[in-house]
Design a protein around this ligand. Sequence first.
Ligand SMILES: *Cc1c(COP(=O)(O)O)cnc(C)c1O
Length: 381
Amino acid sequence: MTPKYRCWAEIDLDALRENLAWIRHRVGPDVRVMAVVKADAYGHGLKPIAGLMMQSGADLFGVANLTEARTIRSVGKGWPVLMLGACLPEEVEIAVRDRVMPTISSTEEARAFSAGAIKAHCTMDVHLKVDTGMGRLGVGPPQAAELAKTIQSLPGLRLQGLYTHFSSAEDDAEFSRRQAETFHRVVAELEKLGIEVPMIHANNSAALLHESKTVHDCVRPGLLVYGIIPPGKRMGADSVLQRQIHPALSWKCRVSLVKEVRRGTPLSYGHAFVSRRRMKVATLTAGYGDGYPRAGSDRAFTLVGGVRCRVLGRVTMDQLLADVSKVPEVANGDEAVLIGRQSGQEITVTDVAGWCGTVPWEILTGITYRVPRLYRGGHAA
Ligand SMILES: *Cc1c(COP(=O)(O)O)cnc(C)c1O
């Protein structure tokens, strides 16, 4: 039976569990899996997803802020959490209190965490980040060994991790190779200096698929856990994993009105669309207020009655119009699919992102608070 919602997301917890299991299988038992759950677990809902991943073999979590870290702690204690962003000055104390491992790119940050740890009478595990070409966080490769030594010498700090981040692993094999080489040089330099780091990691989802030599001790998949292959030029690269991974999230809404329009009828704001023939138009109960991108106006497709139906005219805040001329029987209240399957047809988040000129990460994290997340499956195996 169709749930009584106007617009909702269905999350298949079994798919998530299987995706994580395939990632685990791929990297082997000695490599830790850090489930990246920033931005409300990529829009899937942090609490239930963190709980499921704790039961399904995630070794640690990657987050973007300390509120997310707290939420994870509220679901289950004991899992290490790495803050992937840089901490703001006033966040240091909170990170220390909650034992969230910070990412360190500078001496200044290292000193701040050392002072915070001393004040709290504890030892903080920290991860040193090296910028091999992303240009966001991380110390320059020539300064990495020096910063590692500084961290080791500062009281209250333990150098628990060393990592880097790929900027274009889904697109650019050559640039990724150079990033990997730079990182390997830093790892070798630290080894030579006798600096032992328990957890060396580099791979996001795309690198997990394409850069097997940089697996090291831990991997950091986000998108792949949720069942989406990072789109890019290297997408076609053969991989068993690509066939085993399944999207966990479907996004649905309803048909709220069906009408026939005559040739020459303008539709929606700005009259960006004018019908060139007689057509059957359905109003659907989703819009940019739910996170459906306005950029999908007149370009994107939805599924109604198992048929691909084009979005007509501008997407509005709460509603959008779709061409249901080819849907034989369509009635008010019918289910429409924005992302997911219907009668053998499928629209993926990557399709929607492509139509809207963006990436699947942005579509998923853009689904707003007013879209209830309904969970299916996930009972302990
Ligand atoms: C978001 C993020 C990831 C996960 O990226 P995906 O492409 O979704 O796998 C990994 N590492 C860092 C540092 C990140 O910020």
